[in-house]
Design a protein around this ligand. Structure first.
Ligand code: FRU
Length: 543
């Protein structure tokens, strides 16, 4: 493996932002209807959900209601993780084609969410779709000044659908009881307190809120309620295993669990944590979660803030924010940042680990399949498939590793390979990897220590058995790349090739000869004709 490799995930929002040396943006960016240059931006994906322009981060409050999937997301009119956050709202009939409906929740001037409507969940209570989210509120000049004083600038807020008979749920009203929770429990020196996750047991609602203490680490605080308005604090649902980085008083965010997501999968409790895209498995009794196993859902540092919903078919659907991996300056110049991952299906395997696959609905985008069967792939050498170019495609490949040490797929490649991205398996480390070191010549994509942003190698365990074939499914969507391996690993990444000719698709093998059992490449249909740039007026926050 090459140098400057990093293991995926592992960063909180604040670490990521600090390392990316973000400066606050000023001035809003609004794309003009249909004539937006974003519609012609080759780095902007075509079948991933995004707002028409500007900034997206966490998925929020996924909900299935009256035949439509609703997905909300953290939206900011400025390209900055510190921009004021709104809830952007999109709907889909099939989990694949999304239509942006604009802003569902906006900060109330002078209200407990005056500095932002942060992440949260949506549930249906007594027939009324209800959102519970975190309001950002600080009276000092900024969040960090307030936190430095030990004040927690977060409140928990409830909003209900103004008209539950509207399948589009276009209007939301905040309830008079807000904030429904105004401070973390006494006795907890919380470094943060946000991102409620809800579930129901009998007639009682339970809510886990992300928190943590320096010296103790991340935790999810458990509350209960019968009406979603009056909440009683119970105890921590779960506390992180000892982690030395959580002791560091200079980096208090390490001690925080952002976006805890608790649910039952095939009857077993699962807790997701934003940092490192981790999942924890274990037991649940007395309303306490006891961790036994753990794993990582996505090995890419680009993926963050996982969120799920159980749909009408009883499936557990997963999304995450796929962040940018180029400089903030180039994000601002582009006028947009942040992509929603494709919806993925989570299942629990008999061995206790989670399986992760793209939802089958995505197959409706496939067209023009090109197939290869039984092809020997010699080591080294540049191998691109003839008559096949795409940056909007799905690749399904099964490779017998043979004598190779590494094998996989080459994408977004020029014919001479001067720009290219490799996605494959390393037999010695038994890891899936994505190597974007040569993915772009743009200096804005340079990897800099600690390699949170920019080009590098992302990797994580795949542990194929000796005779097991490598099975990859790769979604290429302009700058967004999502890889699934053998039904049990995923890796999201970003690439920004400079050359418009970086569209080649092929194979690579190192250290021996491998054999492709089968490979199919489909061109995928875009989900809109303008890279999802219409509806920008619905996102106007100036009013
Ligand atoms: C995670 C996060 C959440 C917070 C939201 C604000 O990325 O920091 O903890 O609610 O983003 O946009």
């Amino acid at each position: 493996m090459r140098e400057n490799s990093i293991r995926g995930g592992g960063l909180t929002r604040r670490e990521f932002v600090a390392a990316a040396s973000v400066t606050l943006a000023s001035g809003a960016l609004f794309a003009r209807e249909s004539t937006s240059p974003l519609a012609h931006d080759r780095h902007r994906p075509r079948f991933h959900l995004m707002p028409p322009s500007a900034w997206l981060n966490d998925p929020n409050g996924p909900l299935y209601w009256k035949g439509l999937y609703h997905l909300f997301y953290q939206y900011s009119p400025v390209i900055s993780n510190f921009g004021t956050k709104y809830w952007g709202h999109a709907v889909s009939k099939d989990l694949v084609h999304w239509r942006n409906l604009g802003i569902a929740l906006a900060p109330t001037p002078g209200g407990p969410d005056k500095n932002g409507c942060w992440s949260g969940s949506a549930v249906v209570a007594n027939g009324v779709p209800t959102i519970v989210y975190t309001g950002a509120t600080w009276s000092a000049e900024n969040e960090f000044t307030e936190r430095a004083k030990g004040i927690i600038p977060e409140r928990q807020i409830v909003a209900v659908a103004a008209d539950p008979s509207d399948p589009y749920l276009r209007k939301w009203v905040k309830v008079p009881e807000n904030p429904v929770l105004a401070a973390p429990p006494e006795g907890i020196k919380a470094v943060g307190w946000r991102d409620p996750s809800l579930w129901k047991e009998g007639d009682t609602w339970y809510m886990a809120i992300g928190s943590g203490e320096v010296g103790r680490g991340g935790m999810a605080l458990l509350y209960s309620s019968t009406d979603l308005r009056r909440w009683a604090y119970l105890h921590p649902l779960a506390v992180a295993k000892p982690d030395p980085s959580a002791q560091d008083a200079k980096r208090p965010w390490n001690a925080m669990w952002e976006c805890p997501e608790f649910f039952f999968l095939q009857g077993k409790p699962v807790l997701l944590i934003a940092r490192g895209n981790r999942y924890l498995t274990g037991t649940y009794g007395d309303h306490r979660f006891n961790q036994i196993g753990e794993g990582q859902i996505d090995y890419g540092a680009a993926a963050y803030a996982q969120k799920t919903v159980e749909d009408e078919k009883g499936r557990r659907i997963w999304w995450a924010w796929i962040r940018e991996k180029r400089s903030e300056q180039s994000q601002k110049a582009a006028g947009w940042a942040g992509v929603m991952s494709l919806p993925r299906l989570l299942t629990l395997h008999a061995d206790g680990s989670l399986r992760i696959e793209p939802v089958t609905e995505l197959k409706i985008l496939r067209r023009e399949p090109m197939e290869i069967r039984d092809m020997k792939v010699p080591p080294d050498g540049q191998l691109l498939l003839n008559n096949l170019e795409s940056d909007c495609a799905e690749i399904e490949v099964e490779i017998d590793l043979g004598s190779a040490r590494q094998a996989g797929v080459r994408v977004r490649s020029t014919s001479d390979g001067s720009e290219q991205t490799l996605i494959g398996y390393d037999r010695d480390s038994r890891e899936l990897f994505s190597d974007t070191i040569a993915s772009s010549k743009d200096p804005a994509t340079e990897g800099r220590p600690p390699f949170l942003l920019g080009r590098g190698v992302q990797k994580g365990d795949l542990r194929l058995e000796e005779s097991e074939a490598l099975k990859l499914r790769i979604y290429l969507d302009a700058s967004a790349l999502e890889t699934f391996a053998n039904g049990r690993a995923s890796l999201s990444d970003r690439v920004y090739p400079v050359s418009p000719a970086s569209l080649g698709i092929g194979l690579f093998v190192r250290g021996g000869t491998a054999r492709v059992r089968s490979m199919t490449v489909w061109q995928l249909s875009p989900i809109s004709d303008n890279r999802l740039t219409s509806g920008s007026k619905l996102f106007d926050t100036r009013g």
